[in-house]
Design a protein around this ligand. Sequence first.
Ligand code: ZN
Length: 112
Amino acid sequence: MHELAIAQAAIELAEQAARGRRVRRVTIEVGEFSGVLPEALSFCFDLAAQGTLLDGAELDLRKISGLARCESCAAEFDVSSELATCACGATCLVYLHGRELNVKSIELFECD
Ligand SMILES: [Zn+2]
């Protein structure tokens, strides 16, 4: 499963950053067009975190909605689909937001 691999990668990254401390919360930005289902990612995260420094850690998923800029007229507008077109008729869009898949922050327990 796609989301399981992503969850495992995020957990690995957080464990490295934690250096043996327990992780309280991981914030991940998930773009609307990233191809990741937040619910599935959340489920896989809890599963993959078992027995790691992230066992019981909270997963904070921030959904990022789509924003595109038209290559033709430079208008910026919200998009809900990657098949969107500009009001001017152009189809060549640059996606400024919506494809994110980032581990944004990792919060550790300060003391044991
Ligand atoms: Zn345009």
